[in-house]
Ligand binder design. Structure first.
Ligand code: UGA
Length: 459
């Protein structure tokens, strides 16, 4: 079985390399010739752990090739996966479907033998049925081309492991033959016991957006409690640990901090609301507007906290550690860290940024900041340090180590990864998201309040 993968971003490039790893002959297609040239040489144009090795292995073995030609892909493949982007439309919540639509039409026009098109992109419910009609209207006569949906649940940073050993497979099909084809594609995972949910198109499409909406809600839920603990006192991480021990709730995705970003969660909850409104059930998804609001308020709160700790942001020097939307990624799409950097700059701060992988992408979007290549360079002249992405090397920072590199003793832990008391004991002021910030001069109140404050992060 020959497999093509249309679109070679985080999703498509990973899927193509993993399909080759599973033993298939694979042709990846992208309309960007520079990307195709780079991938053809085995060079991955973005950061994704484990993927470069897999890419090189299969480019070398000849099992994985890349092209810009739909004619080549359409004549060659038996199963065509579509993994192009569905970004948020400018100025609206809805998804921009132009890449999916044009990929589908281009494929349909060029397919010369019976084939199955399998969508993997995250799409508004109803898309598969619509694309089936597009295919019917554009395919060559005498050729049988069907459409199925197979949402992808991989996380950036873990894309290879998530693709090779997924926790579930979901397929939306309208014929047993198409299900049989997909069972063959995923035979290795199925033999390993991975559950397969075979369902209709609409359910398959909705599974994906429902999963992302649930994850976004979980993060915003804990961040909503952050807003409460910041006012009354208490420790959000302990709260998350305690409720997370209830197996019905679970501890994962309960890390409070500057909130969620990236190319998926934020735009998916907006697209879901937009689609619900089109379907006349906007009230059902209205709560997601609140989740979005809680999430964005975390960014504002971080800027407020920086202002509180410095007195004024104007002419202040701020070091930002971590600008990717999450660790092990160079992706800065809707990155909360970059948004915070931009807001600080707009209020007159000079911002130095160090991210182990995200500097280049961030500098393309926000060239106004200084991008440096080490923690030491970022913090040297800083008045305040903001730790915004939890890369391992930032998790390993110690107050003693950092004190040698900088004169400031002020840090904001935007991901709740430092042990605030340890830093406070070394003379640092630690601002946290979800723990009350108490400045030296502000310690006042009843003895019991003082006691509570002294056990809270900041001195
Ligand atoms: C997300 C989903 O987790 C994947 O299952 C899905 O396949 C993917 O979107 C997609 O639709 O393609 P991803 O965008 O790679 O994956 O990132 P996540 O690991 O979900 O993290 C999203 C954001 O939430 C990050 O900014 C992260 O820092 C933040 N987050 C995560 C928190 O703030 N707290 C947490 O407890 C967990």
């Amino acid at each position: 079985m020959r497999i093509t993968v249309i679109g070679t971003g985080y999703l498509g490039a990973t899927h193509a390399a993993c399909m080759a790893e599973l033993g298939f002959e694979v042709l990846g297609l992208d309309i960007d010739p520079t990307r195709v040239a780079s991938l053809s040489e085995g060079l991955l144009p973005f950061h994704e752990p484990d993927l470069p090795a897999l890419l090189q292995k299969h480019v070398k073995s000849g099992r994985l090739r890349f092209t810009t030609s739909y004619q080549e892909a359409g004549a060659w493949g038996d199963v065509h996966f579509i993994g192009v982007g569905t970004p948020q439309r400018a100025g609206e919540g809805a998804a921009d479907m132009s890449y999916v639509d044009s990929a589908t039409i281009s494929l349909a026009r060029n397919i010369t033998k019976d084939a199955l098109i399998v969508g993997k992109s995250t799409v508004p419910v109803g898309t598969t049925r619509r694309l089936k009609n597009l295919v019917r209207d554009n395919k060559r006569p005498g050729v049988k081309v069907n459409v199925a949906w197979n949402p992808e649940f991989l996380r950036e940073g873990f894309a290879v492991v998530d693709t090779l050993t997924p926790d579930r497979l979901v397929i939306g099909v309208d014929s047993p033959e198409d299900e049989a084809v997909l069972r063959k594609v995923y035979a290795t995972a199925l033999a390993g016991g991975v559950p397969l949910i075979s369902t209709d198109f609409e359910t398959a499409e909705l599974v994906k957006v429902a999963a992302n909406a649930f994850l976004a809600t979980k993060i915003s839920f804990i961040n909503a409690f952050s807003e409460v603990t910041e006012v009354i006192g208490g420790d959000i991480t302990t709260l998350a640990d305690a409720i997370g021990l209830d197996a019905r709730i679970g501890r994962r995705f309960l890390n409070a901090g500057i909130g969620f970003g990236g190319g998926c969660l934020p735009k998916d909850i907006r697209a879901l609301q937009a689609r619900a409104a089109e379907l006349g059930v906007d009230h059902s998804m209205r709560f997601l507007d609140e989740m979005d609001g809680i999430n964005l308020r975390r960014r504002e709160r971080t800027v407020d906290l920086a202002r509180e700790m410095l007195g004024s942001l104007s002419q202040s020097r701020i070091a930002i550690l971590g600008v990717a939307f999450k660790p092990n990624s160079d992706d800065v799409r809707d990155s909360p860290a970059l948004d915070i950097a931009n807001r600080l700059f707009d209020e007159g701060a000079e911002v130095s940024i160090f991210d182990p992988a995200g500097n280049l992408n961030a500098s393309r979007r926000s060239p106004q900041h200084h991008y440096v290549s080490s923690t030491e360079d970022a913090v040297r002249e800083a008045d305040l340090i903001l730790l915004l992405t939890e890369w391992d090397e930032f998790k390993a920072l110690t107050p003693e180590g950092l004190s040698v590199q900088t004169g400031t003793r002020k840090i904001i832990d935007g991901r709740n990864i430092l042990r605030p008391q340890v830093w406070a004991d070394s003379g640092w002021s630690v601002g946290s998201l979800g723990r009350r910030y108490v400045a030296d001069q502000a310690i006042e109140g009843t003895p019991s309040e003082q006691l509570q404050m002294s056990s809270s992060p900041a001195p």
